[in-house]
Write a protein that binds this ligand. Structure first.
Ligand code: MG
Length: 344
């Protein structure tokens, strides 16, 4: 197998703010695995929060290139080997995992969801995320979205209730709120009871990732479902979170790819969790890969490709919020043709 990779700079439509950070562009890494006369494509969207960036992901992919050999269908063995080689580079491992799944399904000539036994008609609707800003600016961004059935609102500042009220005033959409670990437990209980007036579907990561005692205390005192994101990276994290929340947010870049994400879906279900599939700022490569699993989940937040100006790929489409999977073999992505050029 030949593993190639290159960096891509993605420009965001809006400066993206959470309670932790702000950015106008991202550097991701696209990889391609060649095998015989076929290939697979993958993507790493490394996150500084998890101690990774495009340089460390690129270095990890160089190391992986020296090691990756043999039968690409032996996904379990190959990916276990990558986990041993690159334990702290989950985004780079996700890139390899996505490319191998793409390659295998392309070789068989079927869309990945068919190989996994999933019905493409059962994809959920995705939310679109609005970054943290002043209430009037966030209101304007929601107007610019046009009709979006589900909106995820980043909060975690001084004006959380004002923000949610401002957005609720102008849209009947389903609203989700993500505090990115910004609140303390008593604060969260107060804020959540205030937010109940605005018909919120759930609150994501209200407290610090490791404050499990606080999360349990909070979930026992509110009817509002709590969904955990920063608190859960891999399947191993799930058992101890039982009782601390109602749902978990699975991301390929946190867990290392489709294989581990599938494991997490099943482990999460076994512990009574609702399942959400989320993303980083990603091109259509990683988003379409994640969307292949979406018939299995309750909530999707797969909007990373919609936040960027210059997605070099096309794959999953979003129609009235619903994820529409491509029916091409593999994960179903292809390079976007430059404007004006005829499609093959
Ligand atoms: Mg989140």
């Amino acid at each position: 197998m030949e593993l190639l990779h290159h960096q891509v700079i993605l420009h965001l439509k809006h400066t993206f703010r959470t309670s932790r950070e702000a950015s106008d562009q991202r550097r991701n890494v696209i990889c391609r695995i060649n095998f015989g006369d076929t290939f697979g494509v993958g993507e790493a969207a490394p996150s500084i929060y998890y101690g990774q960036d495009a340089d460390s992901a690129g270095e990890a992919l160089r190391r992986a290139a020296d090691r990756l050999a043999g039968d690409p269908f032996l996904l379990e063995d190959l990916l276990a080997d990558m986990a041993r080689l690159l334990p702290h580079q989950s985004a780079a491992r996700a890139a390899i995992d996505i490319a191998l799944h793409d390659l295998v399904a392309r070789t068989l000539g079927v869309p990945l969801y068919r190989l996994l036994g999933l019905d493409p008609g059962r994809t959920p609707r995705t939310s679109i995320t609005v970054g943290l800003d002043r209430p009037e600016v966030m209101q304007r961004k929601v107007r610019e979205l046009g009709p979006a059935p589900i909106i995820k609102i980043k909060v975690g500042g001084e004006r959380d209730e004002e923000i949610v009220r401002a957005i609720r005033e102008i849209t009947p959409a389903i609203l989700r709120v993500d505090a990115n670990a910004a609140w303390t437990a008593p604060q969260a209980l107060e804020k959540i009871s205030a937010l109940e007036a605005y018909d919120i579907e759930f609150v994501e990561q209200p407290l610090a990732a490791d404050d499990l005692e606080g999360l349990r205390w909070l979930q026992e005192r509110t009817e509002m479902p709590i969904v955990l994101d920063e608190s859960v990276r891999t399947a191993e994290d799930i058992p101890r979170l039982a009782g601390c929340a109602r749902g978990i947010n699975i991301k390929l870049m946190k867990c290392g790819g489709l294989r581990e994400a599938l494991r997490m879906i099943h482990v999460g279900r076994a512990h009574g969790f609702q399942i959400m599939l989320g993303c980083m700022v990603e091109t259509s490569v990683a988003i379409t890969a994640a969307a292949q699993l979406s018939p299995l989940v309750d909530y999707a937040d797969l909007d990373g490709h919609l936040l960027i100006e210059d997605d070099p790929y096309e794959g999953v489409e979003v129609t009235d919020g619903k994820l529409i999977l491509p029916d091409r073999p593999g994960i179903g992505v292809r390079r976007r043709q430059p404007r004006g050029e005829d499609r093959p």
